[in-house]
Design a protein around this ligand. Structure first.
Ligand SMILES: Nc1ncnc2c1ncn2[C@@H]1O[C@H](COP(=O)(O)OP(=O)(O)O)[C@@H](O)[C@H]1O
Ligand SMILES: [Mg+2]
Length: 508
């Protein structure tokens, strides 16, 4: 390994209006190392990535790559120096095919490009095979693919361009289990080939698995850099938050008297969901656990009118309901809302302000004689934002400018405002930092304590243990088991979701 760092930042400063997103940031990464960049949502991680990718320019400071001071005036300049990026907000073009995206921005277009195109396709195909992605249909349009696959293609594209420095901004926030293992293999291979990598993630276990060194950012400042072996998780969390995290989960109510059943599903079938029956009560957080693809997504979508039911019934307050669309679900007398895993494309309109996003489902309430009462709207949305502890700046700022955690809180504020009584949360803390997660947990508990009912799916089993009053185990499209709060442990949930030795063989 050479003694000159592959990447060295010194005094890097970048302001967006009044926000100092990077404040005299300094750290170094040795060649061939994997360096983690950690910090809460809004700490400035993506800003550093965008500076290194040539997407934005620093107000001050110097950047050296392999010892040379560089000015990255454009993404192309960064590419020429061997810097490639898989961005947090995926940058694939939705209307193009996988192949065209892989070849962008250098895709040969027009009839003269045809031969080079075939050549390009051969290269991409070989590359995808190398990355264990041979099953990806290169001619599929990107918009048809699910989020996890898009994320993998975003990574594959960056790797395809043979980086010397690879920047990975929260790649695992949309990946789970096997896909994270996949990424670990790819990163290890690149490392063996001498590629220097910057890895951003909120999950400490994978940071430990993948990375050599780390830098913690807080409020735009680099707090400290360490080798992973020098610090334990508690120290890392303290650096991230600037304080110790007293207690991860809010206390569950000690003396729980179950409220009335607000949502009842009987033999619900949709997609992989075969026949799911359960009752959700007012005042409770009902957890849902299952291996990937056991029908959990369909369960949530069916309760929100987003997929067609094949069979079975749903009842709200004892009355059978037929939810043909989300509009049916959010109607006042039903009052169901959903916060989906991909808030970027499903929960929020990124171009609109937080105020417009939040009031959209209930805009009728602020309309008098066809005109929107802006003051009333602003006041109501402001109160909802206070509840979820989002800066009131979100009232007028475009939602896309906010960090993932804040976007998630705005999505929840929207449903608080709609006064929904049933909240469907599908893996809501994915890609969210520890501090914001903590706030969301508190929010969920307060919502239940106030008489709301929460159906809560999480891929993180400790969250189910810490939050759920009961846990419904999905197996083979059915609720195979209902675990009570007493004796709820990670091990008990794991054993139940694996459904015995037969299931163990299936996942092996
Ligand atoms: N284009 C932008 N315009 C205004 N503010 C921005 C912009 N990009 C980032 N910010 C702000 O800069 C801060 C750091 O953001 P970011 O680097 O995205 O954080 P992280 O990736 O650590 O979550 C946040 O307060 C964010 O709101
Ligand atoms: Mg970010």
């Amino acid at each position: 390994m050479s003694s000159v760092p592959a990447m060295a930042l010194a005094g890097i400063t970048k302001a967006f209006g009044a926000t100092l997103a990077a404040d005299q940031v300094a750290f170094e990464v040795a060649e061939g190392q994997i360096h983690a960049l950690l910090g809460e949502n809004g700490a400035g991680k993506s800003t550093i990535v965008k500076l290194l990718a040539g997407l934005i320019r620093p107000d001050a400071g110097t950047l050296r790559l392999f010892g040379q001071p560089v000015h990255l005036a454009s993404p192309r300049a960064a590419h020429r120096l061997g810097v490639q990026t898989a961005f947090q907000e995926l940058t694939l073009v939705r209307d193009l095919t996988v192949l065209d995206n892989m070849l962008l921005p250098y895709a040969p277009i027009g009839p003269f490009g045809l031969r080079r195109r075939r050549q390009g396709e051969r290269l991409v195909r070989a590359h995808m095979a190398e990355l264990e992605l041979e099953e990806v249909d290169l001619h599929a349009e990107v918009r048809e693919l699910d989020l996890a696959l898009l994320q993998k293609i975003e990574i594959a594209r960056a790797v395809f361009r043979r980086p010397r420095i690879l920047l990975l901004d929260e790649p695992t926030s949309s990946l789970s289990g096997r896909d994270i293992d996949w990424l670990g293999r790819i990163m290890a291979r690149l490392k063996a080939a001498g590629v220097t990598q910057l890895f951003i993630s909120h999950r400490l276990p994978e940071v430990r698995r993948f990375c050599d060194t780390l830098t913690v950012l807080r409020n735009g400042r680099a707090i400290a850099s360490h080798a992973l072996t020098e610090v334990d998780d508690d120290q890392v969390i303290r650096m991230i938050l600037g304080r110790a995290l007293d207690q991860t989960f809010p206390a569950k109510p000690a003396d729980r008297r179950p409220g009335p059943v607000v949502l009842r599903a009987e033999r619900l079938a949709a997609g992989r969901l075969e026949a799911a029956s359960f009752e959700l009560r007012a005042g409770e957080i009902l957890g849902v656990a299952g291996l990937q693809g056991m029908g959990q997504l369909e369960l949530f979508l069916a309760c929100f009118g987003m997929v067609e039911r094949r069979a079975g019934t749903l009842a709200v307050d004892g009355q059978p309901v037929s939810l043909l669309s989300p509009a049916d679900a959010v109607r006042a007398e039903i009052g169901i809302s959903l916060v989906p895993e991909d808030r970027k494309t499903e929960a929020l309109f990124l171009q609109l302000s937080g105020r417009h996003n939040a009031s959209l489902p209930v805009i009728d309430r602020f309309t008098r004689l066809g005109l929107i009462d802006q003051a009333a709207e602003r006041a109501a949305v402001g109160r909802a934002f206070d509840l979820v502890q989002v800066d009131r700046r979100a009232l007028w700022t475009r939602v896309g400018a906010f960090s993932g955690g804040n976007q998630q809180k705005i999505a929840i504020a929207k449903w608080l405002l709609a006064e929904s009584r049933i909240l469907l949360l599908y893996d809501p803390t994915r890609g969210i930092d520890v501090g914001t997660k903590h706030e969301l947990y508190g929010l969920m508990r307060r919502y239940a304590d106030a008489g709301g009912a929460v159906l809560f799916y999480s891929t993180e089993i400790p969250e189910l243990v810490g939050l759920a009053d009961r846990v419904a185990i999905l197996y083979g499209g059915r609720i195979a088991e209902m675990l009570p709060a007493e004796g709820l442990t990670e091990e008990a949930i794991l054993r139940a979701v694996l459904g015995g030795s037969r299931a163990l063989e299936e996942v092996a």
